[in-house]
Design a protein around this ligand. Structure first.
Ligand SMILES: N[C@@H](CCC(=O)N[C@@H](CS)C(=O)NCC(=O)O)C(=O)O
Length: 231
């Protein structure tokens, strides 16, 4: 069985989507990031960056449980474990990896910063807002051109799509339109039509705080972290 340390946000959805798509059994362990669960010692032992998602695979086949943090690493691990959603030929694998890394190093962080300045900044910051809005738009332009002559990001449906789609879902909330991005729109609709992907996004729906107004306690836990933060 796999323990999934999770809170329903775009980064969490990447892994719930993969687990649902693979049909793997898992045990959901909520990590309420607005209440500081990410700083509990038992969670930090698995995820020292105090971020979810994380997993512990008790059936790793390696003679002991495997613990992993960072969504990209978890997706690669699950793809290798199941032989699903990542090609095994070197060229196909490289293709998936470059788009997976594009997501974890680009689309995710930029969308996350945009979300911060659109939804959570205590006062308007036009420079930061515009900077991240343009960068998010630029990245969606890259995605749109990539999808111009293919159905999915890299070969068949893969972990690169599962990593990227969650950061498209809240596009309206980020003040973004898909009107000028025909290929992204088609891909977004194709992802939405996949039962496994939508089941993944619905995991822990009743716990969802993402997209709702944030209270002072959550704001303090999430936005006042420093090198000294351990709880
Ligand atoms: N690079 C990480 C990012 C994960 C991440 O940012 N998770 C957020 C929620 S979307 C989190 O756990 N935040 C807790 C905190 O900021 O303390 C990954 O891809 O797994």
């Amino acid at each position: 069985m796999i323990d999934l340390y999770y809170w329903p946000t775009p980064n969490g959805w990447k892994i719930s989507i993969m687990l649902e798509e693979c049909g793997l059994a898992y045990n959901l362990i909520p990590v309420n990031i607005g209440r500081g669960d990410q700083f509990k010692p038992e969670f930090l032992a698995i995820s020292p960056n105090n971020r979810m998602p994380a997993i512990v695979d008790h059936d790793s086949g390696e003679g002991k449980p495997v613990a992993l943090f960072e969504s990209g690493a978890i997706l690669m691990y699950l793809a290798e474990k199941t032989g699903k959603f990542m090609p095994t030929d070197p060229a196909g694998r490289r293709d998936v990896m470059q788009w997976l890394f594009w997501q974890v190093g680009g689309l995710g962080p930029m969308a996350g910063q945009l979300s911060h300045f659109v939804n959570y900044a205590p006062e308007p910051n036009p420079y930061a807002h515009e900077r991240y809005a343009k960068e998010y738009d630029r990245l969606l332009g890259v995605l749109d051109r990539r999808l111009a002559d293919r159905e999915f990001l890299a070969g068949d449906y893969s972990i690169a799509d599962m990593a990227s789609w969650p950061w498209l879902i809240p596009y309206k909330r980020f003040g973004q339109s898909l009107d000028h991005l025909t290929n992204v729109r088609r891909w977004h609709d194709a992802m939405k039509a996949r039962p496994g992907a939508t089941r993944g996004v619905d995991v822990g729906k009743d716990l969802r705080t993402y997209g709702k107004p944030m209270d002072d306690e959550a704001r303090k836990v999430l936005f006042e972290q420093t090198a000294q933060s351990t709880n």
